[in-house]
Design a protein around this ligand. Structure first.
Ligand SMILES: [Fe+2]
Length: 387
């Protein structure tokens, strides 16, 4: 019975969210026991001058650290294994991950490896990590992935040319510090893609069969904030209120999907990313309205609520009519941030559709929580619609 359902919630031990909270890093590190720190990031974050800000705050307090800035996008397992080697050889005692989803996921993986031993590919799957990792602090520099608050890390198995995941509560941060000031310099394209990733997290979780009382309240608030502030953050990167609200939204959307789960948007976006090397956020953004349209009959009341949360007047509409307005609202949002939701605009040819369908069907585990069942034919029609 729906109203007697079991609700579970996962989150980091502590989340600090606020403008310029980077200055709080040293005291929070001391609270976690201090010691030599491995600062995990990628060359883009270093180049943007964001790691320097953290490094300066560490130097001011004479905190010892080693920089590991070898993170690659869609991080290969070897980047995590290599980081764990450096942690050990440099005799570090805790980890700070700074960056987008890739850097945060690598930091999580290193933390797990240094206490559990072995290679990260040994732990792929659900709940296969026996012990808690080394003390872990995570700081996002984008507003989208939500990785700073989730228990999952995504990596690439290069030998099999496959993405894989490690799902474990031990990957949850001890402390997540979300400083919207670190997102101010994101270019518009990255703002759009990462912001839409957060929107997909919120919407997919909200309509998921696994939604909980916790994910519902968080997702509703995230949807409302993103609809309102993403265009502002995209149009004017220095708008600190918009950046602030997008950081709030992506963090709570991360908490929502961390306890509720994803669905068919992430499943059907995945092959676009592997075949055409588009970002995770962009592929999700492209597929979102098409999957929403398909899903309406599975969760009309929740889609109707999304229409309201995205600013539509649903008075006098039936649930199905109101739900359809949510799709229109998302299309309008995408248009306002210059993101096309037609895969033909990204160099995909009609002959590629069977390959996409194959790739999408491989993610069928994500169809289970989706509010409407999908057959291979259905997946084909969704891609055709997206084309
Ligand atoms: Fe995502």
């Amino acid at each position: 019975m729906e109203n007697l359902k079991v609700h579970t919630f996962y989150s980091p031990n502590k989340i600090i969210l606020g403008m310029n909270t980077t200055s709080m890093v040293p005291e929070e590190i001391k609270k976690l026991g201090g010691g030599r720190l491995l600062l995990v990031t990628d060359p883009g974050v270093v180049q943007a001058g964001l790691s320097v800000r953290v490094e300066e705050s560490l130097k001011k307090e004479n905190l010892d650290y080693v920089l590991y800035d070898a993170v690659e996008p869609e991080p290969p397992a070897r980047v995590i294994d290599g980081g764990a080697e450096i942690f050990k050889s440099e005799k570090c005692s805790m980890i700070l991950g700074l960056g987008g989803g890739s850097s945060l996921d690598v930091a999580k993986g290193i933390s797990l490896l240094v206490t559990n031993g072995g290679k990260i590919l040994d732990y792929c799957g659900i709940d296969r990590v026996p012990q808690k990792g080394a003390p872990l602090m995570l700081m996002p520099t984008t507003a989208g992935t939500g990785s700073e608050v989730t228990r999952v890390l995504v990596l690439t198995d290069e030998a099999l040319n496959l993405k894989n995941v490690v799902f474990t509560p031990h990957a949850l941060a001890d402390t997540a510090i979300v400083d919207p000031a670190l997102t101010l310099s994101m270019p518009p394209g990255v703002t759009a893609d990462t912001g839409m990733d957060a929107m997909v997290h919120a919407i997919e979780t909200y309509v998921s069969m696994n939604a909980t009382v916790f994910s519902d309240v968080l997702a509703e608030h995230a949807i409302e904030l993103i609809a309102r502030y993403l265009p502002l953050a995209w149009a004017k990167g220095s708008n600190s209120e918009a950046r602030y609200q997008m950081s709030v939204a992506s963090t709570i959307a991360g908490l929502a999907f961390g306890s509720g789960g994803l669905g068919a948007v992430h499943a059907l976006a995945y092959p676009l990313g592997t075949e055409y090397h588009m970002t995770h956020g962009r592929t999700n953004a492209i597929m979102l309205p098409h999957v929403m349209q398909y899903n309406i009959s599975g969760s009309p009341v929740k889609y109707a609520r999304i229409a309201q949360l995205t600013g539509r007047d649903i008075q006098g509409c039936s649930a199905i009519e109101a739900a359809a307005l949510s799709v229109a609202a998302i299309k309008e949002l995408l248009k306002s941030i210059n993101v096309s939701c037609h895969i033909a605009d990204y160099g995909v040819s009609k002959n590629d559709l069977p390959k996409l369908v194959d790739g999408g069907m491989k993610q069928a585990r994500l169809f289970v929580p989706n509010p409407r069942d999908l057959s291979e034919q259905d997946v084909h029609s969704i891609y055709e619609e997206a084309f």
